[in-house]
Design a protein around this ligand. Sequence first.
Ligand SMILES: *[C@@H]1O[C@H](CO)[C@@H](O)[C@H](O)[C@H]1NC(C)=O
Ligand SMILES: *[C@@H]1O[C@H](CO)[C@@H](O)[C@H](O)[C@H]1NC(C)=O
Ligand SMILES: *[C@@H]1O[C@H](CO)[C@@H](O)[C@H](O)[C@H]1NC(C)=O
Ligand SMILES: *[C@@H]1O[C@H](CO)[C@@H](O)[C@H](O)[C@H]1NC(C)=O
Length: 489
Amino acid sequence: MHVAIAALTAALLAAPSLAQVSPPVRILGSNGLPMDKCAYNPASGLARLEPPLTNQMMLGMSLDWSYETPIKSRTKTRGYAAAVYNAWLDLVPNTFDGVGFDNSSFNWFGSEAGRVGAMLELTLNPPKDMKIADLKDLTPKMYDDIGKMCQIVNQQYGVPIFLRWAHEMNGDWYGWGNEPRAFIESWKLMTDAVRKHTNMTAMVWAPNIGMTYPFVGGGGTSARESPARGGLDFDVLDSNSDGKINECDNPYMPFWPGDEYVDWVGLSLYYYPRENCHNNCLTPADAFVSQLTGVNSPDTPSASLCPTDLWIQTHDFYQQFAASKNKPFMLPETGAPWVPTFANRTGGVSEVAIKDAWYKQIFSTETLARFPKLKLAVNFEEIKNLQLDKEPAIQDWRVTNNSETVKWWNGLINDFKDNLRDPTQLVYHCDGSITIGDKFAQAPATGGNAGGNGGNSGTTSPSKSAGVAMVASMSLGLAVLSVSFLLNL
Ligand SMILES: *[C@@H]1O[C@H](CO)[C@@H](O)[C@H](O)[C@H]1NC(C)=O
Ligand SMILES: *[C@@H]1O[C@H](CO)[C@@H](O)[C@H](O)[C@H]1NC(C)=O
Ligand SMILES: *[C@@H]1O[C@H](CO)[C@@H](O)[C@H](O)[C@H]1NC(C)=O
Ligand SMILES: *[C@@H]1O[C@H](CO)[C@@H](O)[C@H](O)[C@H]1NC(C)=O
């Protein structure tokens, strides 16, 4: 034991970037039951995993894990880790030894996020080919196993989880879309299962931006069309009860499961090039705010179809869900795309120009002042084969995949660094709270607010001192890291 720790300490000193830096967190007592100090306290006024931030936010990265990990990504950003890394996981009933999800990948995502002290955003998908009646495929055991696995990752790696379950449920492109009643029922089952096991996992309710809702016109390509007239889901989605589901209905509210079931709210919100832009067109100046609030949106229907003020009320996501409900708000996936195959078309702008114009709208003190519940923006660090106005167009949202964008991105982060919190400054606790401090000054065994072993005296002293020694060497590694970060950026 001691030998192994000594070897590990030497390895940590030699290669701090490979350190398993997040200490494990004791969530359950020795009797296997939740400990008092791990009870989430709603009276704190903060949601689970909401750090106390004023005029500040966090950034995240949604990685393509087939070639990238948080450590690799951090290397490209010169030692600056994101506070959150997103990974995707699909449920497949009756597979993976009956649990229905790949828990070894889940485990790996968590441990890799832990290596840089970050949190994990897990975008967990119901089975892709699910039909309306088939939510029964999700058994109580499946929900419970997911809750348990969240607990394991929270506890083993000290890594909090943002669980984004069944996202973009208001769209027609996933099998779980367009069925508000089944979604809400499933959401509640998932929330109850997770909370039974841990308070270090936050439920993130995250529809798609509703600007062209109800997104019809897919020409039979949708995974699930709007429900037929006369059904119960139809009545729920027809929020203004005019006998039609159209752009005058509320694109979000029919899917709201209730304030007590949601920790964070999120919105898939990108700069998406408009119709008639067969080029690398520049991001419009108000693209972010107009989509988020509905004010001055190019999608505003004519006032004769729906009164504009009413339409804005139902499409202002920030007001309805972040401000009114006092929920922390994230962009769980965002970005602005570059189309490499359009690179030489005349009239287009550069990749950096498009991405800079988008991110200057988000990483802005004006934005933080106007939208104080905005706490996290996660870049979609991926490339996708899509279409742009019916033309095939590979779209690249990555900000760190080539030398030009990575140089710009590092500069952008550096310019905004006083308003960003990186994971070295976020201390995670088993009650779901996050405090600001030097995470690496905390030994895992000091208990109390360190999120360590708490008042439970089951731990033996050798592992306590080993823990302290490990953390000391990690702080050293981190000191080296942060110095190089300051010099390089
Ligand atoms: C989570 O917090 C609640 C109080 O908000 C508490 O009752 C529950 O036992 C905690 N769950 C765990 C697994 O610690
Ligand atoms: C994953 O699930 C299998 C089957 O239930 C179980 O044996 C294994 O311990 C789980 N792995 C983890 C990391 O929880
Ligand atoms: C754009 O032009 C450059 C320089 O001529 C060339 O190397 C590149 O392949 C062209 N790209 C496309 C997508 O046509
Ligand atoms: C860029 O992305 C490709 C996959 O599309 C990957 O193989 C390559 O390693 C990436 N390069 C960098 C610098 O991230």
